[in-house]
Design a binder for this molecule. Structure first.
Ligand code: G1P
Ligand code: ZN
Length: 545
């Protein structure tokens, strides 16, 4: 019944910022998925694990991969295998399920916001018993195993029925097919005042939520249709599709442009008061109000400043954490609240220790990620409900809330420019050359801007003291503005260089500039000093958010 299959290593199975992400066809090669899964299962077993959650964002190859993983988990002696019904489980819901039921770990099949389909992307993430993405010590150990693999184990059994709930004894293990929606919705009910939100919605406040044909659809229906009685017109693209309808399920200014247009730019009396969109696996969010786009960095700061208005956060915040490139708007709130603000490398996994040690309550990233200690992942639907709870209590519009925040704390104008699919050697040479330039900038006024400090960011985890180096080149100016750039760790083609631009204006400064206008001087500065576009063989960014 259990087969041992001989295999040889693939040399490209090093997990990136968020698991192993490749072209779908790469995963479909014989033994590719199996090698990686065997390495995860060995790691799980070595650390005493005997239970596993499996689910994914519903993209192409999800079902096939889940069947393979179930059979391999059984063959490797995992006793309790929890499979989400239809294989559908958002990343935050997976995190919650692991934590709630004390499960040893989870495998989430997703390439997040990347397009899905046979010619697009697929991915696999491993979360540990705390519900969060495996830390680097674990992903390194899994990678090491992939380099030395000689065989894997798989049960020779028919496919499992994962479309109906129930428990079945198979070989030495038990397979539980569970409802991936229910527990998550219960958690949201505990954290937020849904009755208050319902009252707001019944009083003419209008809403538009866009699941982008991906994993959050069923969660939105369960909350907004079944519990809050909202009509179907409030929920857009809520049926998960294998190819996400051919779109990038990425809630940002480029890929959710039509929503932005109808709410922010081309707004009219019929525009909704509030809108949000979510990514492929439901951990990202974009928040919009009539006539206003809320940057993810501002969203984190505003949630922090108003957190005690939601029942789950009434006791206040322990601290805030943000990834290094995320704007410093949250730092200002933390300062005023008298709580610590931590600056971590990019990637949610770096928040795990801080959350586990109860050092922080809220965390966020500029890449449309916001979350809290309720799970160990960022959480899109949670963010939308948090906003709605705050709006329901304050009875302010999104715009009033945001502008009021700026008048209190100042405004961190913020934009990210991505240069995609850059030739790897060009990108590496550019990063190296840029780092070498840093000492000549320190403390000097260069091209009209006074440079305070520069570095290639490194981080020492305050809990386990592990060190992570070279996480991005950072130039901080005397007025608090910053230029940051780093290579992405999630791309599947060449290298994406991300340029992060942040300009700070005090509460008394000009708070109503257009963002690109506000950061233009920083773009010019970067071009002058680092010759970025020419070095990367680009004439303009591919994506601006
Ligand atoms: C990107 C984002 C990062 C996020 C990650 C996973 O990683 O920048 O903030 O945690 O996706 O969603 P990157 O491609 O920049 O390494
Ligand atoms: Zn995601």
């Amino acid at each position: 019944m259990i087969k041992t299959i001989q295999t040889t290593p693939f040399d490209d199975q090093k997990p990136g910022t968020s698991g192993l992400r490749k072209r779908t066809r790469v995963f479909m090669q014989p033994n590719y998925l199996e090698n990686f899964v065997q390495s995860i299962l060995l790691e799980l077993k070595e650390t005493g694990g005997n239970s596993l959650v499996i689910g994914g964002d519903g993209r192409y190859y999800n079902h096939k991969a889940i069947q393979t993983i179930i059979k391999m988990a059984l063959a490797n002696g995992i006793e309790h295998i929890h499979v989400a019904k239809n294989g559908l489980l958002s990343t935050p819901a997976a995190s919650h399920f692991i934590r709630k039921y004390g499960i040893s770990g989870g495998i989430i099949l997703s390439a997040s916001h990347n397009p899905g389909g046979i010619d697009e992307d697929f991915g696999i993430k491993f979360n540990t018993a705390n519900g969060g993405p495996a830390p680097e010590s674990v992903t390194n150990s899994i990678y090491y195993k992939t380099r030395n693999i000689t065989h894997y184990l798989i049960a020779d059994i028919p496919d499992i029925d994962m479309d109906s709930m129930g428990t079945a004894q198979v070989l030495q293990g038990t397979i539980h097919v569970f409802d991936g929606i229910y527990d998550y919705v219960q958690l949201m009910e505990a954290l937020f005042d849904l009755a208050r939100i319902k009252e707001l919605l019944e009083n003419g406040f209008s809403l538009r939520l866009d699941a982008m044909n991906a994993a959050t659809g069923p969660y939105l229906k369960a909350i907004f249709q079944d519990r809050l009685n909202m009509g179907e017109e409030t929920l857009l693209r809520c049926i998960p599709l294998e190819d996400f309808g051919g779109i990038h399920p990425d809630p940002n200014l480029k890929y959710a442009a039509s929503l932005v247009k109808s709410v922010v730019e081309g707004h009219s009396a019929s525009s909704p008061d509030f809108a949000a969109a979510f990514d492929g696996d439901g951990d990202r969010n974009m928040i919009l109000g009539r006539e206003i786009f809320v940057t993810p960095s501002d969203s984190l700061a505003i949630l922090a400043a108003n957190a005690t208005l939601a029942p789950g956060y009434r006791a206040g915040l322990k601290g805030i954490a943000r990834s290094m490139p995320t704007s410093q708007a949250a730092d200002k709130v933390a300062e005023q609240l008298g709580i610590p603000c931590f600056e971590t490398p990019t990637g949610w996994k770096f928040f795990g220790n801080l959350l586990d040690a109860d050092l922080v309550t809220l965390c966020g990233e500029e890449s449309f990620g916001t979350g809290s200690n309720h799970v160990r992942e960022k959480d899109g639907v949670w963010a939308a409900l948090f906003w709605l709870n705050i709006l329901a209590v304050t009875r302010k519009s999104v715009k009033e809330l945001v502008q009021g925040h700026w008048r209190r704390f100042g405004r961190n104008y913020y934009s990210r420019h991505d240069y995609e699919a850059v030739d790897t050697s060009l990108a590496q040479a550019f990063m190296k050359r840029s780092e070498e330039l840093l000492p000549s900038l320190n403390g000097n006024t260069v091209f009209g801007l006074a440079v305070k400090t520069t570095d290639n960011f490194s981080y020492v985890d305050p809990v386990d003291h592990s060190m992570t180096q070279r996480q991005g080149i950072r130039i901080v100016f005397e007025d608090g503005s910053r230029v940051v750039f780093r290579p992405s760790g999630t791309g599947t083609q060449g290298v994406t260089i991300r340029l992060y631009l942040e300009r700070y204006e005090t509460p008394h400064g000009n708070l109503s500039l257009h963002t690109q206008e506000a950061v233009q001087a920083l773009v010019n500065w970067t071009e002058h000093v680092f010759d970025l576009r020419k070095s990367l063989h680009k004439t303009a960014p591919d994506v601006i958010t």
